[in-house]
Write a protein that binds this ligand. Structure first.
Ligand SMILES: Cc1ncc(COP(=O)(O)O)c(C=O)c1O
Length: 465
C-alpha cells in the first residue's frame, strides 16, 4: 500500500471534477452561496453516497481502502471511521464488549460516553477509584487495582481504560491489560487523547500494548476536522461495526471522512518531523517557564513512579496556588485560549500546528507575570469526594419516573441524569447514583464560583421519584 495515498479524498475530488448535476443531498447541491460562501470549497466536498463514493455503513470502495490504510498506520486489524467523535467509538466498543446485565470495570474518570453505553446496553458498572496527587491531579488506575477487582468480581466481562487522561497522565496500561487478559476480560482503551501515539511512540500505543478495542480522537490532535475519530479493533469477532451502524448518522459528512484520510496520510509522511517538533515546542515552553514566579509545567517529575506524562500537552499550575480558572483568565488576557481549566490546572494542547512556539512561550511568561497581581483562590474538586453510592443501574435510572428538584434539596435523592462539571466533563454523579450532601455542597460551590455543571438547569436537577 502507498502510505501517502488518500483514496477517499481522491474519490471526492474525482466526483467534483465530473461536474454532475447533483440530484442528491445535501440540499445546497455544492453551491457556496450566502453564509456558506465562508466555507468555500468545503461545500463542494460536502457530498453523499453518490456513484463512486462508497458507503460508511457498508464500505467496499474508497472508504474501505481509506480505513484499511488507517488500520495499517495505527497497527490494528480493522479501523472504523467515526463522524460522531470518540464518543460514538466508545459507545460502540462497550456495547460490543458487554451484553445486557453484564459488568464493565472502569475508572471513575471515564468519559460520559461510557455512561451512555452502559445506559443503552443495560451494562453494570464496577468503578475503580482514580487516585490524585497532593496537588489534585488525577492519576490513573493501577494493575494492582485491576487485578484485585477482577479477582473479587469474576462476573466482570470487559474492562475500560483511559490512556492518557484529559490531563495528560498515563498509567501502566501494559500491566492493566495483562491483568485483564489473565482474567479473560475484553479490553477497551479510550486513547482519545493519545491519537498521536501510534505515530510518535508506537510501542506505547494501546493497540501495540494489546488492547482489543481502541478509540483515538483524531480531531483533538491529529489535524482532521471536528467530530472525527477512529475506532480500532484487534479482535474482529467483536464486530463493533454492527453497533456503529446503529449509532452513527445515516448521512455521514464526507468532508469529515475525507479529512481523516488526509490527516492520516500527512502523519505517515511527516511522523518523525512532527514528533521532533512536538518535543521542541514543549522544550521552548519549559525553558520559558524556568525561573517563572508562579507558573509551572507539569512533567514527569510531578508524578509518582508508575505514571507517565504525555508530552503533547502543556498542563499548567501555579506554585502560589492559583486556581485553573485564574490561570486561564491570565492566559486569555495574553491572547491564549486554553483547552480547559479545572481545579488548580489549565491545559494547552500542543500539536504539529503550533507553528509559533516562541510567541506562545512569551504569552506564558506574560501570564506568569500577570498572576503576581492576583490573589490565589482555591477551586472546588468534586473528584476528591468518595464514590457515590449506586442505588440502581444506569439503565433502570434512565427508565424510572423522574422529577425536577432544586440542587439544594437533592441530597439523598437518586440522580436521573449525569451531573458533570464542565470542564473537564467527567461526570461527578451518574444515573442511578445517590447525590450526597457533600456533593450538593461541592457542586453548589462550583456554580457559585462561576463554573458550569451540565445536568443542573436553572439550579435544578432531575432525580428519581
Ligand atoms: C477522555 C475522553 N474520552 C473521550 C472523549 C470524547 O471525544 P470526542 O469529543 O471525540 O467525542 C473525550 C472528550 O473530550 C475525552 O476527554
Amino acid at each position: 500500500m502507498n502510505k501517502t495515498e488518500t483514496p477517499l479524498a481522491d474519490a471526492i475530488a474525482a466526483y467534483i471534477a465530473k461536474a454532475r448535476r447533483r440530484g442528491h443531498m445535501p440540499g445546497h447541491k455544492g453551491q457556496a452561496a450566502g453564509l456558506l460562501s465562508r466555507f468555500g470549497e468545503l461545500t463542494a466536498w460536502d457530498v453523499t453516497e453518490a456513484d463512486g463514493l462508497d458507503d460508511l455503513h457498508a464500505p467496499a470502495g474508497a472508504i474501505l481502502r481509506a480505513e484499511q490504510l488507517m488500520a495499517q498506520a495505527i497497527s490494528v486489524e480493522a479501523a472504523h471511521f467515526l463522524v460522531n467523535g470518540a464518543t460514538a467509538g466508545i459507545q460502540a466498543a462497550i456495547l460490543a464488549a458487554a451484553k445486557p446485565g453484564e459488568t464493565l470495570l472502569l475508572p471513575r474518570n471515564a468519559h460520559r460516553a461510557a455512561w451512555a453505553a452502559m445506559t443503552l446496553g443495560d451494562i453494570r458498572p464496577l468503578w475503580l477509584e482514580v487516585a490524585q496527587t497532593a496537588a489534585g491531579l488525577p492519576l490513573a488506575v493501577t494493575p494492582r487495582q485491576v487485578e484485585q477487582a477482577l479477582s473479587a468480581h469474576p462476573e466482570v466481562k470487559a474492562a475500560f481504560f483511559v490512556y492518557p487522561s484529559f490531563y495528560g497522565v498515563g498509567g501502566d496500561l501494559a500491566g492493566c491489560l495483562a491483568a485483564a487478559r489473565r482474567h479473560g476480560v475484553i479490553t477497551v482503551v479510550d486513547e482519545a487523547h493519545g491519537a498521536p501515539l501510534p505515530f510518535i511512540a508506537a510501542d506505547k500505543s494501546a493497540a501495540r500494548l494489546g488492547a482489543d478495542l481502541v478509540i483515538d480522537s483524531w480531531h483533538k490532535s491529529m489535524g482532521s476536522l471536528g467530530q472525527t475519530a477512529v475506532l480500532g479493533c484487534n479482535r474482529p469477532g467483536l464486530q463493533p461495526e454492527r453497533w456503529l451502524t446503529l449509532l452513527q448518522s445515516s448521512s455521514p459528512s464526507y468532508p469529515l471522512l475525507a479529512s481523516l484520510d488526509a490527516a492520516r496520510a500527512a502523519w505517515q509522511e511527516q511522523a518523525a518531523a512532527r514528533a521532533e517538533h512536538l518535543r521542541r515546542v514543549r522544550q521552548i515552553l519549559a525553558d520559558a517557564l524556568t525561573g517563572a514566579a508562579n507558573l509551572r509545567l507539569v512533567g514527569q517529575g510531578d508524578l509518582p513512579a508508575g505514571f507517565t506524562y504525555d508530552e503533547t500537552k502543556a498542563l499548567l499550575y501555579s506554585a502560589a496556588g492559583h486556581s485553573g480558572g485564574q490561570i486561564a483568565g491570565k492566559l486569555r488576557e495574553c491572547g491564549v485560549e486554553p483547552e480547559f481549566a479545572a481545579g488548580g490546572f489549565a491545559l494547552l494542547l500542543l500539536t504539529y500546528a503550533d507553528t509559533a512556539p516562541k510567541q506562545l512561550a512569551a504569552a506564558l511568561s506574560a501570564a506568569d507575570a500577570g498572576l503576581l497581581a492576583v490573589t490565589p483562590e482555591g477551586a472546588p474538586n468534586p473528584a476528591a469526594l468518595p464514590l457515590p453510592q449506586q442505588a440502581m443501574t444506569p439503565f433502570e435510572a434512565a427508565h424510572a419516573d423522574c422529577e425536577e428538584v432544586p440542587l439544594t434539596a437533592a441530597a439523598g435523592r437518586v440522580s436521573a441524569g449525569l451531573l458533570t462539571p464542565y470542564p473537564p466533563g467527567i461526570p461527578a454523579v451518574g444515573l442511578g447514583e445517590v447525590i450526597s450532601a457533600e456533593m450538593v455542597e461541592m457542586l453548589q460551590e462550583l456554580l457559585n464560583a462561576g463554573g458550569k455543571v451540565q445536568g443542573v438547569t436553572d439550579g435544578n436537577v432531575m432525580v428519581i421519584k
